[in-house]
Design a protein around this ligand. Structure first.
Ligand code: ADP
Ligand code: MG
Length: 622
């Protein structure tokens, strides 16, 4: 057991990056911008910041390290503060949206790229940082791509500022060229062969297929932990549940001793203490099975994985410009992602990757690499942000891969319709408020949607908990149902025992309340009055309608819909309050689409067709 028997400093010295520490520091000393390429697990995220700190780069400012994912920012900060024998939030801290765990003595700050982007609004030259590491640049998230353009300017203005771009894949040239041909440093890797097994036929239900494959490995395979890639929380929970059921069945049906299987989920909304469990070594004779989103593709490194099960799907972030929030949708992954996933099996020794899709799908249906987010999403937020950074002509902004001109113009048109831009394309007062307050004013609903489902469904009390849930239903809307839950909880003095009695997750509700208070604070600062719409919930429904105009769907059959824009089929989820209506409405809008056994709409509200028609050009554009 390497992690238990070796001290932290021995573990640090054993990482591939350690052997090139001095060369790395030299290349950073001699250049203002450097690109660093290294396999996942080589030590880029946890070690580089420490080397730079040890070398003295925090004398005139702190070191910032950006991550495209919140989980990574939190988990890595925790690990590094342990390595530095400091409390989290002291020397090493993190900042993610709605949460700042840094302090006056913080010298290494991990944060999401979105957090740094917002900091540039207040401090365009990022004066408090002596250097920024843009980690996981290969992910090409929207925020990362905008940051590239902004940081390039900071580099030109501040000679004392250094920038390091790191990537887990071999596209260093592109980053290097963007900064005018800066050096690319390769960390020599240490990886083992991974045998790839494709499905013979396309798979109908990848959750079931993944469970079966994991059980087969557990029963018959050589020792080594398993990593399963799925798309999101619901699927992960369903898989973990199915796995534990299969294990119980197996134990009760055989005389033989069954080795233990430690089933561990990991996704961004999972509470931090549960997230940390994936890094703990399983007890002797037990096997770990980690069930993850694409967070485990490159952002988090887990040692000891010998088997990877890849479903071939992942969620991609799509911006909802009106809410200023990410909406996640399920897509097939790219070949580059598939290769990264497979590579996770070869870190500790030769491994195996089971792909739950055909070789033909890999060769002919998957894209070579993911399309950068900036080229596939609505740019409303980016436009607002760049405008408030006083960038006049957005078509001239220095993008690494410029978004299609039409997308920029379209987003500007939408912002003009919303009253955020005036006739000459400058920000209005409302626009300036929207930059600072990008969330839907329907505060409570937004807060409730910002936390995992608050409905609790223990496995031996399904019927009882379903009945409790139905009592909250507002039949024309899941959004209003959430609002109803929150309002009733409030009417019962936010009591925990009341939640338990009604099968509601106390923790989730507390978090929602906290987020709601933070949003209220922002509104107060901006002097935006909170309009009270009283018992007329149609007003709220209309607001929801205009907020989700991009996720409008029309009826095709009982419970079956298609998205009005892209014609994607989407179905009413069995848990939806709309089943209480007694009929299925012709038009609905929904929060997000999730793919389980089929494409389901998550959180749905019935809307009137003339509301959509009133949205006019906004609804029919793009
Ligand atoms: P990279 O960024 O190059 O992918 P990291 O710096 O994230 O690599 O990880 C380097 C090593 O640090 C991993 O292989 C793992 O052994 C260890 N490590 C990283 N995070 C944790 C953690 N939270 N708990 C335990 N070990 C960790
Ligand atoms: Mg990393």
């Amino acid at each position: 057991d390497f992690t238990k028997s070796k001290t932290i400093s021995q573990q640090r010295q054993n990482l591939p990056i350690f052997s090139v520490r001095d060369e790395l520091l030299q290349v950073v000393r001699e250049n203002q911008v450097v690109v660093i390429i290294g396999e996942t697990g080589s030590g880029k995220t946890t070690q580089l910041t420490q080397y730079l700190y040890e070398y003295g780069y925090t004398v005139n400012g702190i070191i910032g390290c950006t991550q495209p994912r919140r989980v990574a920012a939190m988990s890595v900060a925790k690990r590094v503060s342990e390595e530095m024998e400091s409390e989290l939030g002291d020397k090493v801290g993190y900042a993610i949206r709605f949460e700042d765990a840094t302090g006056p003595s913080t010298v290494i700050k991990y944060m999401t790229d979105g957090v740094l982007l917002r900091e540039t609004l207040k401090d365009p030259d990022l004066e408090k940082y002596s250097m920024i590491l843009m980690d996981e640049a290969h992910e090409r998230s929207l925020d990362t791509d905008v940051l590239f353009g902004i940081l390039k300017k900071v580099v030109a203005r501040r000679r004392d500022f250094k920038l390091i771009v790191t990537s887990a894949t071999l596209n260093g040239e592109k980053f290097s060229n963007f900064f005018g041909g800066v050096p690319i440093f390769n960390i020599p890797g240490r990886t083992f062969r991974v045998q790839i097994c494709h499905s013979k036929t396309p798979c109908e239900d990848y959750v079931e297929a993944a469970v079966k494959q994991a059980m087969t490995i557990h029963i018959a395979g050589a020792p080594g932990d398993i990593l399963i890639f799925l798309t999101g929380q619901d699927e992960i929970e369903a898989t973990c549940y199915a796995l534990s059921e299969r294990m119980e069945q197996l134990i009760s049906s055989t005389e033989q001793p069954v080795p233990k299987l430690l089933i561990l989920p990991i996704y961004s909304q999972l509470p931090a203490d549960l997230q940390a469990k994936i890094f703990h070594k399983a007890e002797d004779g037990a096997r770990k099975c980690i069930v993850a989103t694409n967070i485990a593709e490159t952002s988090l490194t887990i040692d000891g994985i010998f088997y990877v099960i890849d479903t071939g799907y992942g969620k991609m972030k799509v911006y909802n410009p009106c809410m200023g929030m990410d909406a996640l949708q399920v897509f097939p992954i790219s070949r580059a992602s598939a290769d990264q996933r497979a590579g996770r099996a070869g870190r500790t020794g030769p491994g195996t990757c089971y792909r739950l899709y055909t070789e033909n799908a890999y060769e002919n249906e998957m894209l070579q690499s993911p399309v950068p987010e900036i080229q596939r999403t609505n740019l409303g937020n980016v436009v607002l942000l760049l405008k408030s950074l006083k960038i006049q002509n957005l078509l001239d902004f220095d993008f690494m891969d410029p978004p299609p001109q039409d997308n920029i113009l379209n987003s500007m048109y939408q912002l003009w319709l919303l009253g955020a831009l005036n006739d000459v394309g400058d920000l209005t007062d409302l626009g300036r408020k929207m930059v600072k307050f990008p969330l839907d004013p329907v505060l409570t609903i937004v807060s409730m949607l910002s936390v995992p489902s608050v409905f609790f469904r223990p496995k031996d009390r399904e019927a009882e908990s379903d009945a409790a849930r139905e009592k909250f239903f507002v039949p024309e809307s899941d959004h209003l149902t959430l609002l109803n839950v929150y309002q009733q909880w409030k009417a019962n003095e936010y009591r925990g025992d009341w939640c338990n009695d009604h099968f509601l997750q106390v923790k989730g509700l507390y978090k929602a309340r906290e987020i709601r208070f933070q949003l209220l604070d922002i509104l107060k600062t901006l002097k935006i009055p909170l309009t009270y719409c009283g018992p007329d919930w149609d007003v709220v429904r209309k607001t929801i309608c205009s907020t989700y105009f991009h996720n409008a769907a029309m009826l095709k059959g009982i419970g079956e819909y298609v998205n009005c824009r892209n014609r994607m089929p989407c179905n009413l989820h069995p848990t939806s309050a709309l089943y209480g209506l007694g009929y299925t409405p012709d038009y609905v809008v929904y929060h997000e689409a999730i793919l389980t056994t089929k494409e389901y709409m998550q959180c749905v509200t019935a809307v009137e067709p003339h509301w959509l028609a009133e949205l006019g050009p906004m609804f029919f554009s793009v």
